[in-house]
Design a protein around this ligand. Structure first.
Ligand code: DUC
Ligand code: ZN
Ligand code: ZN
Length: 464
């Protein structure tokens, strides 16, 4: 007797597609095949794809974002939107603020997430202050406790690390086996461009994009790869937005370096023209790197098709629009530099890739699974517990109706913001039912009473 059998669906993993029922007991997949026997609950999956639940390895939740600015999502609302959009696990960041202890930051984020989550979560670290005690004691101890990835920033006041600091962080990664993620934009180029633009009165949101052209990202990507090469470590270049940065990664990979890349929905379907809205409407699309142009979109699709990027994440970084603590932060009217940086996307990520990628024939269903689940699990030390459908894996499963049509609206996505940058987009294919460790959290499109079911998962090391 099983707890649940999912019957009659077509299962896809990163490598295979087959017709199979799935039996679940105690939150795990325990049998695959036909005529599996009895279960307390049988879910009819005929006509549906049965896929590993999405893992979004790049989301920001409840992160301090500057005096007077408040992120729109807490752990409840972010994981709610995530599961509605077919995800079963998120990897948010613990931000160390300068002068603070990293361990304390981790404790604080755990308190924010405790009891609030619909999906499982596991934290990356953001290192802004690599002091000797952070590098020598806190980081190695946190890696040993299962926080096996950290992000460093090459730009932003209060966050940017010097090359020397990056090398010191990378040396800890070399010693401990942790994975470094990098936000690659050249800080001084952005500062210089911002001063010039402000002096010329070009302060509207669209000049956020003008202030950080492609060369800003390409140079930093090349430099980050060079620092990783010197340090002899793998590197994940996150939120890649354009062809030139993609080429830097491709070249490093062809030289045999273990450099990985990530892109996001905003770089596949938005352009910098979206920042042109009347009044402050363009602020809805301010994120970094900014969306670029049609050739950049094409390059990002090619990166996904050809394996230059091994993960596709949302970079969910939500702010309300019509709110002085969000995109309409009063100082933002004086210059793009003060507009809160980031856009929501955790709920929209998977439907956009399914519809624009699988349904339109740009990628097949196996690559969809790899890019949205399996590769995240392998990259961030969760495989094979997470990210696949196999005996012994957690029953993190999403049933997709490949024919269901939806118009994306903010109301549908149920995050804590008050808009989606993808409003009005026509989607074919929808995640109708999602199960987290065997518990059905979304059933036929309806959220179930499962707040607090999500747990923190400690991680191992990068594979593959
Ligand atoms: N980088 C991110 O990864 N997210 C939001 C803003 C940023 O600069
Ligand atoms: Zn970033
Ligand atoms: Zn981010």
């Amino acid at each position: 007797m099983y707890d649940t059998i999912i019957r009659g669906g077509r299962v896809s993993t990163a490598s295979d597609t087959f017709d199979s029922d799935i039996a679940i007991r105690d939150g795990k997949i325990v049998a695959l095949g036909h005529d599996l026997g009895e279960a307390a609950e049988v879910i009819d999956a005929s006509g549906l794809w049965v896929l590993p639940g999405g893992i979004d390895s790049h989301v920001h939740i409840s992160q301090p974002s500057g005096e007077g600015i408040v992120m729109a999502d807490d752990f409840e609302s972010a994981t709610r939107s995530a599961v509605i959009g077919g995800n079963t696990m998120l990897l948010p960041f613990c931000l160390q603020e300068r002068g603070d202890s990293l361990r304390q930051a981790v404790t604080d984020y755990h308190a924010k997430a405790e009891g609030a989550c619909y999906t499982d979560v596991s934290f990356h670290l953001i290192i802004t202050d690599p002091t000797p005690s952070v590098l020598g004691q806190e980081l190695p101890a946190l890696v040993a406790d299962g926080y096996t990835s950290f992000k460093v920033f090459m730009t932003y006041e209060g966050m940017a690390l010097t090359d020397m600091e990056m090398l010191k962080v990378m040396a800890v990664a070399r010693d401990t086996g942790a994975l470094v993620m990098v936000h690659a934009e050249n800080y001084d180029m952005i500062r210089f461009m911002t001063e010039q633009l402000e002096a010329a009165g070009m302060t509207a949101p669209r000049h956020h994009a003008t202030s950080r052209p492609i060369v800003v990202e390409r140079e930093a990507t090349h430099r980050a790869i060079s620092l990783a090469e010197l340090s002899d470590i793998p590197l994940m270049v996150v939120h890649v937005s354009n062809r030139e940065a993609t080429e830097e990664i491709r070249r490093a990979q062809s030289r045999g370096l273990n450099i990985r890349g990530e892109t996001c929905p905003q770089y596949l379907v938005l352009t910098e023209d979206d920042l042109d809205g009347l009044n402050m409407e363009g602020a809805k699309y301010v994120c970094s790197p900014p969306p670029r142009d049609l050739d950049s979109q094409k390059a990002c699709w090619e990166g996904l098709q050809q394996g230059v990027f091994n993960v596709y994440s949302s970079d969910h970084s939500p702010f309300r629009y019509d709110d002085p603590a969000g995109k309409l932060f009063p100082k933002g009217r004086t210059s793009f530099r003060w507009v809160p940086n980031g856009i929501p996307g955790v709920g929209a990520r998977l439907p956009i890739l399914f519809s624009e990628g699988v349904v339109k024939g740009r990628i097949d269903i196996n690559r969809f699974v790899a890019l949205t689940a399996t590769n995240h699990a392998k990259t961030y030390g969760l495989y094979p517990r997470k990210g696949t459908i196999a005996i012994g894996a957690d029953a993190d499963i999403t049933l997709w109706d490949p024919e269901k049509r939806q118009t994306l609206t903010h109301a549908l996505l149920q995050d804590g913001a008050d808009y989606t940058p993808y409003e009005g987009m026509e989607i074919t294919g929808w995640p109708v039912t999602t199960m987290v460790r065997g518990k059905t959290v979304v059933r036929d499109g309806a959220l179930q009473d499962a707040k607090g079911h999500g747990e923190h998962i400690s991680r191992g090391f990068t594979q593959g």
